[in-house]
Design a protein around this ligand. Structure first.
Ligand code: NAP
Ligand code: ZN
Length: 347
């Protein structure tokens, strides 16, 4: 039997959020029902809700940074029990059969992973995300939140955490490496902490110096502001790895030139517009330009465990469901320190 669940919905691009209800499927054999405690607001929620990437499915309930408690488990569930502290990230199903799924990289599923919201599941039902009080998810797509991490600061790890942890690991971040993090918002403040914990020398490249104290507290040894004349020029040939988290257009050439010989720049930021660059910025120092997409379930669990072990977590501002529209505006203005998290009790 399906259930009606309270949720925050937006009915069209750029319209305000409203309280309403959505239908969740009945808890199946392999499913858990999660009572959501907190849901993070990722900039991707804003891109999606405002149709900045592609036409969305409305009404839309965003939210793919979910933390809560298992309140019911289907009869075949073996991994979780009622009362467990769990999280859900950006996808809730995948084919399970293709090469990437078999390799634990379900985010690259050849059939297309089922995204947590603004997506259709394999039964063609529209998915609804974490801005709601409960969610039903297959056990294989649920993460365990370590005891040491509070729900509200755990939620952002499910997207901002894994999206930055994964490329840092993929490009072997470690001692002796110079890593730059461009943009210190939700993703950026996690990238700084992980790169530092992995032993790299970390530089933040922000628009201003307003977050310099925080950046250094998160583990950056250097902090630069692009708003100051000559900043990127002075950094030419400096970095082994750049994690670019910027949600808007960037000067790709100027940033590529801050890489050393054989350095790599990874896009995790997903701006609405196409980005352009000169091929010479790559060839002149055999540089690489690449992108990374969230992370698989196994690596997401590894990231959560790594976070607990290293005392890493997100810095959040808990808000009520009434404040989501204003929070979106503040994220767009880079006025967030460093993730808004919705208290699901207020929905
Ligand atoms: P966020 O909190 O808004 O952070 C983005 C940061 O980019 C801002 O804090 C700001 O940093 C910088 N920035 C914003 N506008 C800028 C501009 N016009 N010029 C230069 N810098 C600017 O967003 P987020 O939640 O971290 O997400 C960042 C991006 O990653 C979004 O596009 C999101 O959709 C994408 N994303 C991708 C994945 C993936 O799997 N690839 C996963 C999650 C999110 P400063 O204030 O320090 O300059
Ligand atoms: Zn996200």
């Amino acid at each position: 039997m399906t259930t009606q669940i309270p949720a925050l919905l937006t009915h069209a691009p750029s319209t305000a959020f409203e309280r309403g209800t959505i239908t969740r499927r009945a808890v199946g054999h392999d499913d858990v029902l999660i009572e959501i405690a907190y849901a993070g607001i990722c900039h991707s929620d804003i891109h999606n809700a405002r149709d900045e990437w592609a036409p969305g499915m409305y009404p839309m309930v965003p939210g793919h940074e979910i933390a809560g408690i298992v309140t019911e488990a289907g009869p075949s569930v073996t991994k979780f029990a009622v009362g467990d502290r769990v999280g859900v990230g950006c996808f809730v199903d995948s084919c399970g059969q293709c090469g990437p799924c078999q390799a634990g990289e379900e985010q690259f599923c050849e059939q297309g992973a089922v995204m947590t919201y603004n997506s259709k599941d394999y039964e063609s039902e529209v998915t609804y995300g974490g801005y709601s009080t409960h969610i039903v998810v297959k056990q294989d797509y649920v993460l365990r939140i370590p005891e040491g991490i509070a729900f509200e600061t755990a939620a952002p790890l499910l997207c901002a955490g894994i999206t930055t942890y994964s490329p840092l690991r993929h490009y072997n971040t470690g001692p002796g490496m110079n890593v730059a993090v461009i943009g210190m918002g939700g993703l950026g403040h996690m990238a700084v902490q992980y790169a530092h914990a992995m032993g790299a020398h970390v530089t933040v490249i922000s628009q201003t110096r307003s977050k310099e104290d925080d950046g250094r507290r998160f583990g950056a040894s250097d902090y630069r502001a692009t708003g100051e004349e000559g900043t990127l020029k002075a950094l030419r040939g400096t970095f082994d790895l750049i994690i670019n988290t910027v949600s808007a257009d960037i000067d790709v050439d100027a940033l590529l030139k801050t890489l050393k010989l054989d350095g790599t720049m990874v896009f995790v930021g997903l701006p609405e517009n196409a980005q352009t660059f000169s091929v010479f910025s790559l060839t002149s120092q055999r540089r690489s330009l690449t992108g990374s997409n969230i992370g698989g379930i196994e690596e997401t669990q590894e990231m959560l465990d790594f976070s607990a072990e290293h005392g890493i977590t997100s810095q959040v501002e808990v808000i009520s469901a009434d404040d989501v529209d204003e929070a979106y505006e503040r994220v767009v203005r880079s006025d967030v320190r460093y993730r808004f998290v919705i208290d699901a009790k207020t929905i």
